[in-house]
Write a protein that binds this ligand. Structure first.
Ligand code: 5RP
Length: 252
């Protein structure tokens, strides 16, 4: 009986993962409709945006898209795009990006986002902050009533030097929201997770809402040692949400 129950739960989990990935793929295929030949594109990382990059590669191979310049926002996306033959560029050559497409970890009703649980947020913020249109694709599990209070991590990138000091300053900043600051680690040895730019990530966990996001952002950025945080306030122009009942497109 126990083996039977275990097999049932494993099977359900596999179906759930498969289903979630299917929703991400549907959103990814929809968002590619926003891409036109000749565009400079910001290409995000994450499991949802990965499908977008795959699809753009496919359309280029089929000749349905031409003259694309992609600006990847992580080393992994850079490698993926290169392997698909997507021409790559950067913000030095293209300070204005036509369209950026990316996933998110949380989306609130005002289309504010939390990003960075996958490890990238700095390059994303640079590229997505330089674009005319920023389209975010998520499955419906990412929708929250308010960001910075869902109980899940709010990532902050910090320089490695005296990171414990920076982490305690971050925790103290949000004492009233019951903040706990934790260094992100990897593997059994719990080695610090090192980002593409050689920084550490401090994940902030709040017991209750941090209130005004803009004020929270300003206070975080004032701490010396902080590089950037994962709140993307007022940046997304469109969010495409894939759910069981289909796609829901939310515009700013
Ligand atoms: C990477 C990110 C990702 O966009 C975010 O984690 C969403 O990823 P996924 O599409 O895999 O859920 O911010 O740091």
């Amino acid at each position: 009986v126990i083996v039977g129950i275990a097999v049932y739960y494993l099977f359900s989990l596999l179906l759930f993962i498969e289903d979630e990935d299917h929703l991400k793929k549907i959103a990814a295929y929809k968002v590619v409709e926003y891409v036109e030949s000749g565009m400079v594109l910001g290409l995000g990382p994450g499991s949802t945006a990965k499908h977008v990059v795959d699809r753009i590669g496919e359309l280029l191979r089929q000749g349905k898209l031409k003259d694309i310049d992609g600006i990847p926002t992580s080393k992994k996306t850079h490698e993926q795009a290169l392997s698909l033959g997507i021409p790559l560029s950067d913000l030095n050559s293209h300070p204005v990006v036509d369209l950026a497409i990316d996933g998110a970890d949380e989306v609130d009703p005002y289309l504010n986002l939390v990003k960075g649980r996958g490890g990238s947020l700095l390059r994303e913020k640079m590229v997505e902050g330089a674009c005319k249109k920023f389209v975010v694709i998520v499955d419906e599990s990412k929708l929250v009533n308010y960001t910075g209070g869902s109980g899940l991590a709010m990532p902050v990138k910090v320089i490695q030097f005296c990171w414990k000091f920076t982490a305690s300053r971050l925790q103290n900043l949000f004492q009233e929201s019951g903040c706990v600051a934790k260094l992100r680690t990897l593997g059994e040895k719990a080695e610090p997770y090192v980002t593409d730019n050689g920084n550490y990530i401090i994940d902030l966990y709040f017991k209750q809402s941090i209130g005004d996001l803009k004020a929270a952002s300003d206070s975080i950025l004032q701490i010396a040692g902080v590089v950037e945080h994962g709140m993307f306030i007022d940046m997304a122009t469109t969010v495409i949400v894939a759910g069981e009942l289909g796609l829901n497109v939310k515009n700013k």
